[in-house]
Design a protein around this ligand. Structure first.
Ligand code: FAD
Ligand code: SF4
Length: 536
């Protein structure tokens, strides 16, 4: 095995977090190398540019689930627990942002203080104010469409581009919320509505989750990476990290990785940053066992992999007489409501949820059952029901706050391995009673809103366990017995090792996480740079 030239900073993973931390450090002139197990995906290869794009929902090499895709660069994820999660992620340059919808909300200030406010979980060791400048910086780097002035959130700078159109669907459900006197607002989306930094404005063609063919959606392969590479960062693809190596003093020395031909290399660095997502990161730490760290690296608390959070989800679809054309226009959420966001004990559960007012896919998806998973029947009624539903549906997604529980966890599976023979993760998840009550409440309220908007029928998904917000498995905190990393993402146990991605979350809030992941990554980079004199 050949050791490679030592970098200042080694970053593992090139998704939302890894791209942001690399670009920020490269801006300071730091010599950064990023190892990514996947490769660049060419827009021409995206299913969105092919007629059979909807088939990819069920099978194919661009499927959301690594267990179905089974590309060489994927690793299997073994689901377990009472509610085994359906884990969705992508392994390529840009990571899961190639698939993501781009909905880009921020945490509320209260989300950092749930222990103080509600006596549950833990407060974060940082405040909204600490992250605010980094949220703004990340918005500018990614390119966002939205409308400042949301009365339920702290004021924010004017959005880089104006809001995306609401469409018939957004206007209709907005009228329903107005009728009930419930608050709603136009969503921030990491999709540009005007030409921005050499990227073209969204042309509203609506297949964002199958890869944006023109680069209007902010996947980090088209946002951070071109800028980071121009600044001198090095990105090595097909570089699958097996473990983090240590020097004689127990400091991180670098990482051992497999290249595409299966050859082993060691990349050395003065500082190592892991950004492999809320499952990939604990997997790598647990695979990095040594005499000094027999339970896995940075795991003296025993909390690596524990407190896995995913956000409780439930989908309600309203069928309307008029066309809603939900398959047209950007999949980024047109509007949202946080009417039931903060704790109200009268509802019977702690914390709260966001309503995402959303579009859907094309005709095949509806025939298969849509998001509510209620297939259009075969036989005599097929055409009538199909014509009623497509394109006549508005979806409300209930996205709740998931509270951390140690029994929800990522471990190494004793049998499953990736194509290089590296042990794969097993992910156990069980819905808490609090989450189930929250989803029941959300379902009843969503039905009310759809009916107020004029729905003639509502379809409810019931309990589902999609897992694409992967959070909490190397949580931040001040107490080394109750957390894995500090408020600056530095491992309590290994001073030149940093973890920044969804695993750093102390709690999940009730919003999509990626604007917070990007903001944390930029702040982590600033912390690494400020302490550069301490690098070995
Ligand atoms: C279908 C879908 C829709 C989504 N929609 C939204 C949304 O609307 N809004 C939102 O906020 N979030 C959304 N998300 C979630 C969002 O994509 C993630 O939160 C975000 O991408 C996480 O960033 P990350 O950098 O932590 O991980 P990722 O983006 O998953 O990147 C991790 C990278 O690390 C690499 N890696 C892992 N292990 C190794 C290893 N051992 N060696 C080398 N490389 C490794 C992987 O290949 C991958 O490229 C969605 C996700 C999916 C799947
Ligand atoms: S709707 Fe816009 S963001 Fe989505 S794939 Fe089409 S051009 Fe890209």
């Amino acid at each position: 095995m050949m050791p490679e030239e030592r970098a200042d900073v080694l970053v593992i993973g090139s998704g939302a977090a890894g791209a942001a931390v690399t670009k920020r450090l490269a801006d300071f002139g730091v010599q950064v190398v990023c190892l990514e197990q996947g490769e660049w995906v060419k827009p021409a290869d995206y299913p969105s540019t092919h007629a059979e794009w909807e088939i990819q929902l069920r099978r194919g090499t661009f499927h959301f689930s690594p267990n179905i895709r089974q590309r060489d660069e994927d690793y299997p994820v073994v689901p377990a627990g009472v509610n085994p999660p359906n884990v969705l992620m992508f392994n390529a340059v840009g990571g899961s942002t190639l698939h993501w919808t781009g909905h880009f909300p921020r945490f509320h200030p209260s989300d950092f203080r749930v222990k103080t406010l509600d006596g549950v979980a833990d407060d974060w060791p940082i405040r909204y104010q600490d992250l605010e400048p980094y949220y703004d910086m990340n918005d500018r780097e990614m390119g966002v469409a939205g409308l400042a002035g949301d009365p339920a959130n702290p004021p924010r700078s004017s959005r880089p581009t104006p809001p995306l159109p609401l469409g018939q669907l957004g206007e209709t459900i907005g009228r329903g919320f107005d009728k009930l006197g419930w608050y709603w607002w136009v969503s921030d989306n990491a999709i540009i509505s005007r030409d921005y930094e050499q990227r073209p404005a969204c042309d509203l063609h609506g297949k964002c989750m199958f890869g944006c063919p023109i680069g209007s959606k902010a996947s980090t392969d088209v946002t951070y990476w071109p800028k980071a590479l121009r600044k001198g960062a090095v990105l090595k693809t097909w570089a699958r990290v097996r473990e983090i190596t240590l020097d004689a003093k127990g400091r991180a020395r670098g990482a051992i990785y497999y290249d595409r031909q299966g050859r082993l290399h060691e990349q050395r660095a003065r500082v190592v940053v892991i950004s492999a997502n809320g499952i990939g990161t604990p997997r790598l730490l647990l695979n990095s066992k040594s005499k000094l760290f027999p339970q896995g690296l940075a795991n003296s608390s025993g909390l690596v992999g524990k407190n896995f959070m995913i956000h409780p989800f439930r989908f309600l679809e309203g069928v309307f007489e008029q066309r809603m054309d939900g398959h047209d226009g950007p999949f980024g959420i047109p509007a949202f409501s946080q009417q039931f966001y903060e704790t109200d004990l009268k509802r019977g559960f702690l914390r709260g949820y966001t309503f995402l007012l959303e579009r859907s896919f094309g005709p095949l998806h509806h025939a298969w059952g849509g998001f509510a998973n209620q297939p259009v029947p075969w036989g005599a009624r097929h055409h009538r029901v199909m014509r009623q539903r497509f394109p006549h549906i508005i979806r409300i997604t209930i996205l709740g706050e998931d509270l951390p529980e140690e029994s929800n966890r990522v471990e190494l599976d004793p049998e499953a391995k990736d194509s290089s023979g590296v042990p794969a993760p097993r992910v156990s998840y069980t819905y808490s009673e609090n989450s189930l009550k929250m989803l029941d409440h959300g379902s009843a309220m969503a039905r009310q809103a759809l009916q107020a908007a004029g729905a003639i029928e509502t379809l409810d998904s019931g309990i589902i366990v999609p897992a694409f917000h992967l959070l909490g498995t190397a949580r931040m905190g001040t107490d080394p017995g109750r957390s894995v990393v500090t408020a600056w993402h530095q491992a309590h146990d290994v001073k030149n090792l940093f973890v920044v991605d969804g695993s750093s979350f102390a709690t999940s809030a009730a919003v999509n996480p990626t604007s917070t992941i990007g903001a944390l990554a930029l702040r982590c980079a600033d912390g690494i740079w400020e302490h550069r004199r301490e690098w070995s």
